[in-house]
Design a protein around this ligand. Structure first.
Ligand SMILES: *Cc1c(COP(=O)(O)O)cnc(C)c1O
Length: 389
């Protein structure tokens, strides 16, 4: 199939075929890992588009083609990690810019902004789920960039991307959406008005907990070229083997995301009805305060949820030490179920007062629901809850 034919396919087909054309030399259905640093030129400056792997690599190019297709973007840049993708954006905006951002962004993003870029840009944390506050803060701070995570981590707060980008466009502010939690399968922020999409490919896109990687997708050619030049100058390019592994993992993105959300909804309903659970936050539950927005801008609800256990930190620790099928670990988005304690683990870099203001309390537990048999998952939660009663 040629590129325009692939463009017409549904996402479940594009995850397999975009960037997946057979190798032209041998017909190999799986593209080779171009494990090379350099490329032979026929005469000085005459080459086939590849000179040096920090700049370009054919395996990485295929992954970029696939990602651009899935995010409905013209361009994609694959990076060595999600956080290096964020770093490139910080270098791409003029020094001294103001960045407005969601107040419960991913802990590593918070750390990057407040301990590395704090003297270069101004960061103003706001509640992006409140549209009136967004407009008020844009008028007040005249930002260059609005940085949104939706749903947020770990509280799964949802920002109405269409409404927010209508406002940011009015004031000529660029909007970036960190789309890691939904993956390009369930949400496409560019089609909702965003200018840049960021992904940690480490999570759902690769989906097998064996690669760290990131990506930026966008339509603006000039900005893309600037970001690509920064990647070439700063050096956080992904290795060919890691790009190849992501290309392998991404083929099952559609069926994995469907399985994650099917399991997650059942787990959420189980926890919601359990007497030892105070509250469950999952975008697919009607009890989620922004269920309607979630339904309108996402085509699924994903596999991430948090719940508040009735009890104190001791009880949470006991629960987390006893649970078996859910592995106690940071990260998310792999086929195996993970469980963690945001206040001690992923969000420890956020000061305690800020955490408490946000609602990241000591009895908050985050789940990344995997694709195991759901009865086994529920049984594991149920048994562990009984054991700590
Ligand atoms: C993990 C994560 C990142 C950072 O990505 P890395 O690949 O770990 O560098 C950024 N945003 C979100 C929402 C994440 O979950």
């Amino acid at each position: 199939m040629n590129k325009s034919q692939i463009k017409g396919l549904k996402k479940a087909s594009r995850v397999i075929h975009a960037g997946g054309h057979p190798d032209s030399e041998t017909g190999a259905i799986i593209p080779p890992i171009y494990q090379t640093t350099t490329y032979v030129q026929s005469s000085p400056g005459v080459h086939k588009g590849y000179e040096y792997t920090r700049s370009h690599n054919p395996t990485r190019t295929r992954l970029e083609e696939c990602l651009a297709s899935l995010e409905e973007a013209k361009h994609a840049v694959v990076t060595a990690s999600g956080i290096s993708a964020a770093m490139l954006v910080m270098h791409a905006i003029p020094a001294g810019s103001t960045v407005l951002l969601s107040d419960d962004v991913y802990g590593g993003t918070y750390r990057l902004f407040t301990t590395v870029f704090q003297d270069i840009h101004n960061f103003v944390f706001i509640n992006t789920t409140d549209i009136k506050e967004v407009e008020k803060k844009i008028k007040e701070h005249k930002p260059h960039l609005l940085w949104i995570e939706t749903p947020t981590n770990p509280l799964l707060k949802i920002t109405d991307v269409k409404k927010v980008t209508t406002i940011s466009k009015k004031y000529k502010v660029k909007t970036l959406v960190d789309n890691t939690f939904m993956s390009p399968y369930f949400q496409n922020p560019l089609t909702l008005g965003a200018d840049i999409v960021l992904h940690s490919m480490t999570k759902y896109i690769n989906g097998h907990s064996d690669v760290v990687g990131g990506a930026l997708m966008l339509n603006d050619k000039k900005l893309y070229e600037k970001i690509w030049k920064l990647q070439n100058s700063l050096g956080p390019s992904q290795s060919p083997f890691d790009s190849w592994l992501v290309l392998r993992g991404i083929k099952t993105l559609a069926i994995r995301m469907e399985a994650h959300q099917k399991n997650a909804l059942q787990v959420a309903k189980f926890l919601e009805s359990h007497p030892m659970v105070e509250k469950v936050i999952y975008p697919g539950l009607k009890s989620h305060p922004q269920y309607k927005i979630a339904k309108s801008q996402m085509s699924g609800f994903g596999g991430m949820m948090t719940f508040f256990l009735k009890g104190d930190i001791k009880k949470s620790k006991k629960f987390l030490s006893k649970i078996k099928l859910f592995s106690l670990a940071e990260s998310l988005g792999g086929v195996e179920s993970l469980i963690e304690h945001p206040a001690i683990m992923t969000h420890a870099s956020i000061p305690k007062e800020t955490r408490e203001e946000l609602g990241i309390t000591d009895n908050l537990i985050r789940l990344s629901v995997g694709i195991e048999n759901v009865d086994d998952l529920i049984n594991d939660l149920d048994t562990t809850l009984k054991a700590i009663r």
